[in-house]
Write a protein that binds this ligand. Sequence first.
Ligand code: CO8
Length: 258
Amino acid sequence: MAFETIIVDVEDDIATITLNRPDALNALNSTLLGELCTALEEADANDKVRCIIITGSEKAFAAGADISEMADKSFVDMYTSRFFQNETDRFARIRKPIIAAVSGYALGGGCELAMMCDFIIAADTAKFGQPEINLGVIAGMGGTQRLTRFVGKSKAMDMHLTGRFMNAEEAERSGLVSRVVPAKKLMAEARSAADKIAEKSQIAAMAAKDAVDRAFETTLTEGLNYERRLFQAMFATDDQSEGMTAFTEKREAQFRDK
Ligand code: CO8
C-alpha cells in the first residue's frame, strides 16, 4: 500500500517504518497515525517480518502531535471523536516486537509514541520532552502514566511541569531508553538489535513482550502468575525442545516458530 506520511521498508526479517513529514518535524496527525497503524498491522500479519523498527529523521523522531490539527478543536470535538484513541488502541494490539530508533526531538506525542514501542534506542542527539504544558494542555497519549513508570515521579513531574527536555544521556541514566549510540550508528544498532530478536523463537519473543507488558498493568503476584503460565506454555512448543537440545548439543538453535 502506498503511504503519504511514512515510508515502509521490509528487508529480510525486519520492517522499518520511517515517519516522513519533514516539513513538520514528523508531527503526528491523524493521517500519519492511521498509516502507521496500518503499516504495523501489515507487518504483524506478514510471516516474513519478525521485528519492527519505527524511526524518524536525523532532526526529529516526532516533535509531538500536530498542533495545527488540534488548535481549533473543542472539548466536544475531542471527546466525541475519540481523537487518536483508535490509533493508540490499534498500536497496543501489535504482537511483534517494536523498537523505537530515536534521533533528535521526541516531544509530546513523539515521546509518547516512542514509549509505546517495546524499547527505545537513542542517538546521542536525542531530546525527549513532554512540553504540552507550554501549550496550555497536558500529555494525552500516555505521557503522564508511561513516563512516570519509566523514570519515577520526581523526574516525570519535572518534565511535565517545566516542559524541559531530557538529553539522551539523562534518558539512559533514568531508564527511559535502553541504549545510546552515536547518531551515525543509530540505524545500524537498531537493525542489529532487530536481527538478534529475529533469530529467536517468535513464540518466545511474543510471550516475553506480553509478560513484560503485564508488569505495567497488574500487581506483582498477578504478574508472576501470568509469567509462570506463559513460561509453562513454552513447554508445549517445538522451539523449547529445539532451544534446549541445541544448547546441550553445543550448536545454534534452529527455531521454527512451532
Ligand atoms: N505540530 C505541528 N507542527 C510542528 C510541530 C508540531 N508539534 N513541531 C514542529 N512543527 C513545525 C513548525 O511549525 C515548523 O513549521 P513551519 O516551517 O511551517 O513554520 C517546522 O515544524 C519546523 O519547526 P521549527 O521551525 O519550530 O523548528 P526549530 O528547530 O526552531 O524548533 C522544536 C524545533 C523545538 C521541536 C519546535 O518545533 C517545537 O517546540 N515544536 C513543538 C513541540 C511541542 O510542543 N510538542 C507537543 C505537541 S502537543 C502533543 O504532542 C500532545 C500529544 C497528545 C495527543 C493526545 C491525543 C489523544
